[in-house]
Design a protein around this ligand. Structure first.
Ligand code: CP
Ligand code: NVA
Length: 308
């Protein structure tokens, strides 16, 4: 069985719950193994993942590569600029060629329509490794980080501060599927994508959008932020100025629950969206979150290849 993972809705709430459970089990089962050795069952032995990058990456690239190794398979990195895609070969033809030589395709790109086009023509699963619209793999890792710290997802209050970007969109999608609530503290003009707000609400989540950073964080279980300037965007002075009141600092964190955790998908820009004090502080789970990209990718790959 072959399933695309372009957004969290492609999997749905039950499959995401299964991914989280599988990731927790696999992570525990291999804790004593060297990072490059395979899990005892090596469920993807002989399988190859082709990874296409049209944007930079550290975590996504390394976690998918290591995920394939730990599942018994391997991965290829294709920097788009060095492939014929970079010279204008169509996504449709690339999809058909890669489908003949690999078992799954992961693509990081700008316009979301490119992963949709890849999926339309591929005969193997296509996984969205980040587009301008969404970042679903990141959110599986974030949910894993939340649940492994003993916070149940239903009813959870998640505060998002800053730019209403692709990562927030996937958080909103997850909220509808896993039944938690999102309070977005965003400046005028940088609010969350209305389509994702509607999806979250349709799933039963409460979504609050406010320009009051303190109101967004008040009583939150999880406080999340991300860069103010995503890949492909310009460093505009007006945007940075608008974002300044939404910086996650100690004073803002003090409004969250005392046991609230801080998440950031990384890379971080200390002194902009978060202070060093919060980033390095006791509430920060950002490096567990980064490690969990690996454990989450394994479950996403197993699901996409019909083994979960
Ligand atoms: N969080 C994340 O996707 O990191 P990379 O851009 O390094 O892959
Ligand atoms: N919003 C960021 C996430 C990076 C992982 C971006 O798109 O650049």
């Amino acid at each position: 069985m072959s399933r695309h993972f372009l957004d969290l809705n492609d999997a749905g709430g039950d499959a995401i719950a299964a991914m989280l459970s599988d990731a927790i089990d696999r992570k525990a089962a291999r804790s004593a193994l060297p990072k490059g050795s395979a899990d005892s069952d090596a469920p993807l032995a002989g399988h190859v993942l082709a990874m296409i990058f049209e944007k930079n990456s550290t975590r996504t690239r390394v976690s998918f590569d290591m995920a394939m190794r730990q599942l018994g398979g391997s991965a290829l990195v294709l920097e788009a600029a060095n492939t014929q895609l970079g010279r204008g070969e169509s996504i449709a033809d690339t999809a058909r060629v890669l489908s003949r030589m690999s078992d799954a395709i992961m693509m990081r790109t700008d316009d979301h329509s490119k992963v949709v086009e890849m999926a339309r023509h591929a005969t193997v699963p296509v996984i969205n490794g980040l587009t301008d619209r969404s970042h679903p793999c990141q959110i599986v890792a974030d949910l894993l980080t939340i649940v492994e710290r003993g916070k149940p997802l239903p009813g959870l209050e998640v505060a998002w501060l800053g730019d209403g970007n692709n990562v927030l969109s996937s958080f909103l999608e997850a909220a509808g599927l896993m039944k938690f609530n999102v309070r977005a503290g965003t400046p005028e003009g940088y609010e969350p994508d209305p389509d994702f707000i509607a999806t979250a609400k349709a799933g039963g989540a409460t979504v609050t959008v406010t320009q009051d950073a303190v109101a967004a964080v008040k009583g939150a279980d999880v406080v999340v932020t991300d860069t103010w300037v995503s890949m492909g965007q310009d460093y505009a002075d007006a945007k940075l100025a608008a974002m300044a009141p939404y910086q996650v600092n100690d004073a803002l964190m003090a409004n969250a629950r005392p046991d609230a955790m801080f998440l950031h998908c990384l890379p971080a820009h200390l002194g902009d969206e978060v202070t060093q004090s919060v980033f390095e502080g006791p509430q920060s789970a950002v490096f567990d979150e980064a490690e969990n990209r690996l454990h989450a990718q394994k479950s996403i790959l197993l699901w996409a290849l019909g083994q979960l």
